[in-house]
Design a protein around this ligand. Structure first.
Ligand SMILES: *Cc1c(COP(=O)(O)O)cnc(C)c1O
Length: 375
């Protein structure tokens, strides 16, 4: 792994498909207790892990309902999940119904216009027109508001639009937050909206909601982040298994005096005689460049067992690390530095970089070489 032949400089990403499967089973088990099936959200290239590999692994593990954001993602997934139900969350773009039909994708319809257009298309084409309806309960992003849904629910249930919805869904705004009334408000609104069309299976839970006993599970759960090892329960320890590990070899080592400056614009100054190492990983690899404030490092990496701070401004292709406290045995040309993995879980790395673990995942660079474990 030290010198990957395809990319001897660069960082190497290890994605554990068995861990993704383990995580899906853990989520599915929480649904089973409540009679809910477990889908998988694989939008954005399966949160950076690779939609074909991850989709195939989940499909083989028994996942039969998937959610993507774009039609193009659904088309890629269809090749590895031939019999799966694939919903496309971002709705029906004007004139886009044909592409859905060609790959047997189901739109998640979020407005009267989308519902009307889909109904017309499937009626003319003589199709049954499986599709989901998205209702908005507080995110104010996509979906019919309660008033629009109450006007439509009965008519759509009678088949007036030429198709029968196969799913009714809404999305939570604050599911990872315990001390907000918004979750209960959204749950109450959704219960009212679902009651208007009791024959349509309903879907309410993202990753965090799966782990909350105060929120209903309905027919189908839609976890994403937790599948990839993100912590769905930030109020306590992470129940999920680690999926992503990012490592890079040391390119160079240098010693500098106290007072010397490091990196672009000389933003970091050594307070003591310092050992620096440089690795091939920069903002062009999707690592956030700007720390929360200029004096805070964008993060730390693991050299051996030692956490070492990233220092100076992150470059396009390179990262500089203060390795003074690492064991000299691990501070050698070609030795491996861990950027994500172990104590540096994606939530922690995202937080240190002033962002969220979700973004650390979706930013995983195509420049990294990849190894998939298991599956
Ligand atoms: C992204 C998304 C999910 C998955 O959310 P996680 O927090 O990653 O589990 C579920 N439903 C919708 C509508 C989404 O956009």
């Amino acid at each position: 792994m030290t010198h990957h032949p395809a990319n001897p400089h660069g960082a190497h990403l290890t994605i554990d498909l068995d861990a993704i499967i383990h995580n899906w089973r853990l989520l599915a088990a929480r649904g089973e207790a409540n009679g809910a099936a477990c889908g998988g959200v694989v939008k954005a290239n399966a949160y950076g892990t690779g939609i074909e590999k991850t989709g195939a692994a989940l499909y083989q593990a028994g996942c039969r309902t998937f959610f993507v954001a774009h039609v193009s993602e659904g088309e890629r997934l269809r090749r590895v999940a031939p019999e799966a139900v694939i919903y496309v969350l971002n709705g029906l773009p004007s004139g886009g119904a044909g592409a859905y039909q060609a790959a047997s994708l189901r739109p998640v319809l979020g407005s009267i216009e989308e519902i009307g257009e889909w109904g017309d298309h499937v009626t003319q084409a003589g199709l049954s027109g499986e599709a989901a309806i998205h209702v908005d309960t507080g995110l104010n992003r996509l979906g019919l508001d309660p008033e629009a849904w109450s006007e439509l629910a009965e008519r759509i249930g009678q088949g007036d639009y030429g198709f029968m919805p196969t799913l009714l869904l809404t999305h939570l705004a604050s599911s990872e937050t315990l001390d907000t009334p918004q979750n209960a408000e959204q749950a109450r609104l959704f219960a009212e909206m679902a009651e208007l069309a009791p024959d349509i299976p309903a879907s309410f839970c993202n990753s965090s909601a799966v782990f909350r006993d105060d929120l209903p599970k309905y027919s189908l759960m839609r976890p994403g982040y937790a599948l990839y090892g993100g912590n769905p329960t930030p109020w306590t320890s992470n129940p999920m298994r680690e999926v992503v590990r990012l490592q890079a070899p040391i390119l160079q080592i240098r010693s500098i005096e106290a007072g010397e400056r490091v990196g672009y614009n000389a933003r970091w100054q050594a307070k003591r005689p310092t050992v620096l190492v440089t690795i091939s990983l920069g903002y062009a690899d999707g690592f956030p460049r700007l720390p929360p404030n200029p004096d805070t490092p964008v993060g730390e990496v693991l050299i051996g067992e030692t956490l070492c701070p990233i220092v100076g401004r992150l470059s396009m292709d390179l990262m500089i690390i203060d390795a003074t406290d690492a064991h000299p045995e691990h501070v050698q040309r070609g030795a491996i530095v861990t950027v994500i993995g172990g104590v540096l879980d994606i939530d922690h790395v995202g937080q240190m970089a002033g962002t969220i673990g979700y973004l650390m995942l979706t930013s995983l660079s195509p420049r990294y070489t990849r190894t998939y474990l298991g599956g």
